[in-house]
Write a new protein. Structure first.
Length: 281
């Protein structure tokens, strides 16, 4: 009697995610939820997976360096840049449907009348803004002619705003709401600017360490499965619709900027990948 050949079970795919996934703000909770949904959606084809979290919190440049090695961390969700796309494996499906490209400014609320009077991009460019030294958005602001004060951290930039080193701090909509609440105790005048939003094509992708192509392939397959069955949109709207309404995103004047740093492989023509709030009025 022949005994059946035992095929050893495949070891789980191990994703070590960056420390930001453990933060409490909505963006990171959303990204974690989308990640697990995509990996679950790919389980029938790829088998089990394991999620670990890097124990170290790292700024963007250090995080990229560690991801190149792929030991402490091999997965992160980040605003794209030419350097990240050249050194790591990008999954070119915008994690938040491009919503991170819509920027609402944090300001000293006593300056609201100044911003309400801004009706052209050239007027807006004359008002100094703050941005992180390592951020992709800072490069776009500088390239399009804004006066940009650079800082090394979000906390440092909030201190600079409170000290009037610049007059507005453009943030993603979830960052703007979260940080207004977090930093208002130290700066009670901190407020969301109410009249405009700045938009630049600025996709946030999942990035995987080089040499780990299977992990990237699996994650892309899972994301495509979520798009195909409508789950991606359901997850997006469940997390973001309330914030979109709360910030009045659809009612704001939109100042559009060109992003000349995008790769030619950016999937701009694929409308299913992008959220357009003006179409949702």
């Amino acid at each position: 009697m022949l005994l059946p050949t035992l095929v050893p079970a495949r070891a789980p795919d191990v994703y070590t995610i960056d420390h930001n996934f453990s933060r409490a703000d909505l963006r990171d909770r959303y990204t974690y939820h989308l990640l697990t949904a995509a990996l679950d959606a790919s389980s029938a084809q790829y088998g089990p997976y394991e999620l670990r979290t890097s124990p170290l919190a790292m700024e963007r440049d250090r995080l990229m360096q560690e991801m190149v090695h792929g030991k402490l961390v091999n997965l992160s969700a980040q605003i794209t840049s030419p350097e990240w796309e050249s050194k790591l494996i990008p999954i070119r499906i915008p994690v938040d449907k491009g919503l991170s490209g819509y920027r609402i400014s944090l300001i000293d609320g006593r300056r609201q009348a100044t911003f309400s009077a801004v009706h052209t991009l050239e007027q807006l460019k004359r008002i100094p803004l703050g941005a992180g030294r390592q951020w992709s958005s800072a490069a776009v602001f500088q390239d399009t002619g804004f006066s940009v004060a650079l800082g090394n951290s979000t906390a440092g930039l909030h201190s600079m705003l409170a000290a009037d080193r610049f007059q507005h701090f453009p943030r993603g909509i979830e960052e703007a709401l979260f940080e207004q609440a977090a930093y208002a105790p130290a700066f009670p005048q901190l407020a969301l600017e109410r009249s405009f939003v700045i938009y630049m094509p600025l996709p946030r992708y999942f990035f995987v360490a080089p040499g780990q192509a299977r992990l990237a392939e699996r994650l892309e397959a899972g994301l495509r499965a979520l798009i195909a069955d409508g789950s991606f949109d359901q997850i997006f709207h469940a997390f973001y619709d309330e914030l979109i309404e709360k910030t009045g995103l659809r009612k704001r004047r939109v100042f559009r900027l060109e992003n000349r740093f995008l790769s030619p492989q950016t999937p701009l023509p694929n409308k299913a990948y992008w959220y357009e709030p003006l179409d949702a009025r």
